[in-house]
Design a protein around this ligand. Structure first.
Ligand SMILES: [Zn+2]
Ligand SMILES: [Zn+2]
Length: 301
């Protein structure tokens, strides 16, 4: 019997603070999207792994972070352009809302300030500080992390995850259509319901469980989405339902992920509601399980 896992990269402004031109639409959708997503999970009593940027758990900061070995200028945006945007830098209220929800969510870690772990400038010291600072802040909320989601899925410094007590992470994405070269082939792949693969958790050389992703729920937007929206059903919903059906019949894991800031319009919330509702329905009528990343890690170890 297989399972479904939802993981969420929850970051408010931190997902984009290092961009020279942060995308306003994504950033302004982050808070309302967070609340909407939480409500949908609550409606269907479905748990997810919310990988939260550690800085969001702070009530306040000086914008300097003198103890953090980050590269020069790393915290410049929160000191400068976002000085008065506390709503993008802090979110203890939002994290508490996850912890208090009845669905039984897992709170995981998405680093402290969204440092990219595969960047050559990210030294061991920086990576360690990102993990240890996030862990320290989480303890004030009685949160003990099990799961880590790498910012922008950039895998690196895995040995430090093991050293600091994590048990699992979401591995690098390898969407099947990335192996295709021709644009038409790619477009067809995005709407082919069979194309989304179920995954298997594996234990890496550090003893950590890799829970790789199956589907990024907002992987094609803009023009391709406009084309496929002429179809009868949202193709991502169709693919997700197909994968959930397969997971209910086999031992594989369907691991879907997204950011709260992907919920920019009504249709985005509708997409997630359709997928989550379908998973809940299958769980009620078959042997399918809905698990957090930590649940998967526990049985894989
Ligand atoms: Zn700060
Ligand atoms: Zn992120």
């Amino acid at each position: 019997m297989g399972s479904v896992v939802f993981s969420i990269d929850a970051e408010l402004g931190w997902g984009f603070h290092d961009y020279s031109n942060p995308p306003t639409d994504r950033i302004e959708s982050a808070r309302p999207g967070w609340k909407t997503l939480l409500e949908i999970f609550e409606t269907y009593n479905v748990p997810a792994t919310w990988a939260v940027v550690g800085h969001l758990l702070l009530e306040d900061c000086n914008g300097i972070h003198a103890d953090h070995p980050a590269v020069d200028g790393w915290f410049a945006r929160e000191r400068g352009a976002w000085r008065d945007r506390r709503d993008l830098r802090f979110g203890p209220d939002l994290v508490e809302a996850i912890a208090e929800a009845d669905a039984g969510h897992e709170i995981g870690c998405h680093s402290f300030s969204h440092v990219l772990f595969d960047d050559p400038r990210t030294t061991r010291d920086i990576a360690r500080a990102e993990l240890e600072t996030a862990i320290e802040v989480a303890r004030t909320f009685d949160i003990e992390y099990e799961s880590f989601v790498f910012p922008r899925n950039a895998v690196g410094h895995r040995e430090l995850l093991a050293e600091t007590g994590f048990s699992c992470y979401r591995g690098a994405a390898d969407p099947p259509e990335s192996r295709l070269r021709r644009p038409l082939e790619k477009l067809l792949a995005t709407i082919d319901p069979q194309r989304v693969e179920l995954v298997e958790p594996t234990v890496d050389k550090h003893g950590l469980v890799d829970v790789p992703p199956s589907l990024f729920c907002f992987r094609f937007e803009g023009m391709p989405r406009a084309v496929v929206e002429t179809l009868a059903e949202d193709p991502i919903v169709r693919q997700a339902k197909h994968a959930i059906d397969r997971a209910s019949r086999t031992d594989g894991v369907f691991h879907a992920w997204l950011h709260p800031n992907n919920l920019q319009a009504e249709r985005d919330a509708r997409r997630m509601e359709s997928i989550i509702a379908y998973a809940a329905e299958k769980q009620a009528t078959s042997d399918l399980r809905i698990e957090t990343m930590a649940d998967v890690a526990e049985r894989a170890q």
